[in-house]
Design a protein around this ligand. Structure first.
Ligand SMILES: [Fe+2]
Length: 236
C-alpha cells in the first residue's frame, strides 16, 4: 500500500529531469583484482552491522579499510578519533594503489554488503554531496564489486543500475533507498574522498551544470521525506 502513495521526492526531480548520479571516468579499475582482495579478506573477516538505523534485520554491514580509529569494525564517524587505515588495507595492495589514484584525501573506505531480501528505507545523508562545493566535505563514491540487476538502489526517481567495476558518484543528500531482490550479497567498495578541484574535474560537465537546480529542490525532497516518515506514510 505504502508503495503506491505518491512521493514528492520522486515526482519533483522526475518533473525537472534531474540527474542525481554519474559515472566517474578516467580512472582505470581492474575489477578482478578488487574481487580477489575482497574474497581474501572474507576468509577471516565477517561483516558487522552498519551503524545507521534505516533498515530492518541484520542485512546491511560494513568492513572498514579506512575508519575513524583504524578498527575495521567501527564504521561510524567519530570525531574524537583520527582517520586511519585498518590492518585490512595492508592486505589490499591493489585497492591501496587505486585509492592513491583517486583525487582527494580519503575519509572512510569500506566494503559494504546488502544481503538478499534486505530493504534500506528512504532516508538522506545531508552532507554527502558535492553541490555545496565545500572542500571540507566528502564525495561518496561507489564501486560495485558484486551486484545484480535485481538489486535496486534508488536515488529519488532514478534507479541507478550501477555496474560492477565502474566508479560512480551519487548525491546521497537526496532521499535514497535500497532493495536487494536478488539471491546474492551485494558488495560495494564505498570511498569517501575530500572534494577538491582535481576530483570535480572528473565529473561530467553536464552533472556539474545541474548543481543549481539540484540545490533548489533538495530541501523540498528532504522535508517531504521527513514528513512522510512522521506520518508513517513510509517505513523507517
Ligand atoms: Fe544513506
Amino acid at each position: 500500500m505504502k508503495n503506491f502513495i505518491p512521493k514528492p521526492w520522486i515526482l519533483l526531480p522526475k518533473l525537472f529531469a534531474i540527474d542525481l548520479h554519474c559515472e566517474i571516468k578516467g580512472i582505470e579499475i581492474e575489477l578482478k583484482k578488487i574481487k580477489n582482495e575482497y574474497l581474501n579478506i572474507l576468509k577471516n573477516e565477517n561483516f558487522k552491522n552498519h551503524s545507521g538505523g534505516a533498515f530492518l534485520g541484520g542485512g546491511w554491514g560494513a568492513i572498514g579499510l579506512r575508519t575513524y580509529g583504524g578498527d575495521p569494525y567501527v564504521d561510524y564517524v567519530d570525531n574524537k578519533s583520527k582517520l586511519a587505515s585498518t590492518r585490512l588495507l595492508d592486505q589490499c595492495k591493489y585497492i591501496k594503489e587505486l585509492l592513491d589514484r583517486i583525487p582527494g584525501e580519503k575519509d572512510r573506505v569500506r566494503f559494504m554488503e546488502v544481503k538478499p531480501s534486505t530493504k534500506v528505507f528512504w532516508h538522506y545523508d545531508n552532507n554527502e554531496t558535492i553541490d555545496d562545493l565545500d572542500y571540507n566535505k566528502n564525495a561518496r563514491l561507489h564501486l560495485p564489486v558484486i551486484t545484480s540487476e535485481d538489486v535496486k538502489l534508488f536515488l529519488c526517481h532514478q534507479d541507478t543500475k550501477w555496474s560492477e567495476g565502474k566508479l560512480y558518484y551519487g548525491d546521497f543528500s537526496f532521499p535514497h533507498s535500497i532493495i536487494n531482490n536478488s539471491k546474492i550479497n551485494r558488495i560495494h567498495l564505498i570511498i569517501d574522498t575530500k572534494i577538491n578541484k582535481e576530483l570535480l574535474n572528473l565529473f561530467p560537465q553536464q552533472f556539474i551544470k545541474g548543481i543549481n537546480l539540484r540545490k533548489k529542490i533538495k530541501k523540498i525532497c528532504q522535508r517531504s521525506c521527513n514528513l512522510y516518515r512522521k506520518l508513517k506514510l513510509i517505513d523507517g
